[in-house]
Design a protein around this ligand. Sequence first.
Ligand code: 26W
Length: 823
Amino acid sequence: TIVVEDDRTGLSVETLKRAFQDNLFYIQGKFAKIATQNDYYMALAYTVRDRLLRRWLTTAETYTHQGVRTVAYLSAEFLMGPHLGNNLISLGIYDEAKQAIGELGLDFDALLEQEEEPGLGNGGLGRLAACYLDSMATLDIPSIGYGIRYEFGIFDQDIRDGWQFEITDKWLRYGNPWEIARPEWSVEVKLGGHTETYMDEMTSRQRVRWVPAEVVMGIPYDTPILGYKTNTATTLRLWSAAAAESFDFAAFNSGDYFRAVLQKTVSETLTKVLYPNDESFQGKKLRLGQQIFFVSCSLQDMILILTRQGIPLDQFHEKFAIQLNDTHPAIAVAELMRLLMDEHAFEWDAAWSITQKTLAYTNHTLLPEALERWGLGLFGTLLPRHLEIIYEINSRFLEEIRLKFPGDNDRLNRMSLIDEAGERHVRMAHLACVGSHAINGVAALHSELLKQDVLRDFYELYPEKFSNKTNGVTPRRFMVLSNPRLTKLITSKIGDGWIKHLDDLRKLEAFVEDADFRQQWRQIKFDIKQDLADYIKQANGIDVDPASLFDIQAKRIHEYKRQHLDVLHIITLYNRIKANPDVDITPRTFIFGGKAAPGYYMAKLIIKLVNSVADVVNNDPDVRDRIKVVFLKDYNVKFAQRVYPAADLSEQISLAGKEASGTGNMKFSMNGSLTIGTLDGANVEIREEVGAENFFLFGLTTPEVYALKAQGYNPWQYYNSNPELKAAIDRIASGGFSNGDTNLFNALVSTLLYKDDYLLLADYQSYVDCQDGVSRAYRDQDHWTRLSILNSARMGKFSSDRSIREYCKDIWHVKPVAIELKE
Ligand code: 26W
């Protein structure tokens, strides 16, 4: 008998080829002769999407039919990275697709490269949301991600004359094959205007009505998120703003056609562009507009989902567990209250009980300048009704504190949802804490610091709300997809169970004493480094030696992350060479990658410094190629996947007490990189897992940082008493990397000498000593390889599957639901 597979679902190589050619013709409207690389990419993408759809629709159908409890993950950012490769992995047809494309005479890797990644996030927080969607789908957890469909995501970074230059990210330019628009499920969001009270005839109660100045339409775009080798495909639902037709209709009728059409562009501005700052808050009205927009759309959507199923809204908290990814969606506290009371006639107490039981809040930052505070003027203008609700929440909340802590007025001021100092502000973290039943930090240290410091008063009032949920990352994208060679080697030894149960990587420990295995491990690392070296040659024109130690710091550029401490070490090595050209140096390639917020001058100056040091060091014949410095432009998810597997050493050198968790630290280590790091964020737990002897630790601890600052920190003391430190800073200050210009890096040098908020000078010696230890260790390649294997083997804890299981058990109380595909 002949078995003919369906062109839309069949997984054999032959069927994939046929489906690909069909999509090229019927979707792209092209044939081979005139097809572009992008047409081929699109044809393959649609071929893959077709194969997701049955699972996706069956998942949706199952959830609707069974009315299951669902996690709604609310996040202003989802940094998904390219979908194609990941979906092929999840479907288990990566090799088949590669073969099919190859047999058609096309370059499979080039097609994967073609995908313009959806960069709808800044860094850690947005990428965490993406890893969590992958894990929720993989663990069969009913879930939906809600966010914003920015027309322009995080800018593309170019480097011109050593400086960062921003280019708009036109990711939608050639269409997005992964999303399906659902205009029929659009909702309306109100903005501005005023409120009024009226008598509700039905209940003869006073109620409030919001008369907005503007109404914007939210159109949902859905993207399937398929779990790894399971039938569950959950949804990422992103909202796009459009003019509400019913609204400009009035203007149209009054003859003001132009105003009506112009109104359209104003509405669409809301979801135009992602704000590119992380860890620094600016009270921009448009940003508050984005927040209420996606939160209101999402909550209305959940209400509609229940209503369509005939489930009464007093069960809202039983059907949805909403997670707030930082305070960006914290307006949900007031918006859910408003929807329940003003639009669905709930009383305050009932609405409040539902709201608190539904919401949970994750904090992602300890930096005071990152905490969101909205000026009351701006807030009241855009959200008059929400401000009233927040005042009412606040007055009830303060009453609760008065009862519990009589006479403690300082406490009232500290905890109030309104900051009364100077211009009055709404404190979004406080709103999130009061309106949620659970509050968590993202690493053990961070969660402790929240309780002792940033949210101390809230911890004293509600200790039972607090917990830790250490971040994790998905091994599907960051090992299987990004490091196929290592994946194959690991699987050849321990089978492929580790991909869903990362703790199984421990089984690798049994092979550490196997010289043949170590040899293979080292060869793979070398080959991957060779690939990155080829890329560097082509992108930066710099020759680097794959046998040298690849020392990589890749993450957003920020003073607290201390990229410039890394630079001080490089300059120290350079100075040693200049002082004694025959000094014994372990050859190293220093690689940096990361974007600076466009308005963050110091971060941009750090990029310029890296590039300037690179120019000098790479071209000085005295160096004899023993050290090389490379800044790789436009670091994004796609590129990160190439970088993590190629590292020997991962730089995790933030000042203790500043990095909430870090997740790049986990991705490097999983791929067999060793870490040099401080006791900050999740580094603490990584070191616990891999063992102190497999981790290069340096620097002050958080209590030591606090003590040093309390006693009055003086950077000059370190500068004056440490000749190598002084020489490094002096070389920058005296124009050694700026052709004698002593002005260029002045802002950086004087910040270090006069302020040094992030204690680079205090940690310098400890860092350099530790780096000298790294250099010695790297000389024994076989020893280094053992450490590398042990790093991967002991990273099981840092799978996002573990994080998600903890959220499910402790916060969401959601259970897996298996999806059965009907024939
Ligand atoms: C309002 C401006 C703003 C924008 C974004 C402030 C703060 C943010 C994010 C919360 C910054 C961020 O991405 N934080 C990172 O979150 C990761 C995931 O939990 C952690 O691993 C990082 O340590 C933390 O910096």
